[in-house]
Design a protein. Sequence first.
Length: 116
Amino acid sequence: QVQLVESGGGLVQAGGSLRLSCAASGRTFSSYDMGWFRRAPGKEREFVARIIGSGGRTYYADSVKGRFTISRDNAKNMVSVEMNSLKREDTAVYYCNARFGGVNYWGQGTQVTVSS
């Protein structure tokens, strides 16, 4: 069982920045594929970014490419996403995701609201 706890959400003006972090349990964090997803009001949950456990390769949704940066600190069992140039359409609940042993684990989510 992997437990995930997100932090760092909040209210920010358009054009601003926020950093979300996710603390993960487990002794083999470095082997987890970690990611961020989001669910905007009235929409399905969508992929935002992922960082692979081995090698640290990153992937981004087209909508956030060039604005968001995902990173991980294996020594601290943490994954973060730096979100810059935020837009109103980035408003959503953001969820941390871990993939390990063929199983997906989810955090409880953190709200990000971007105002105009």
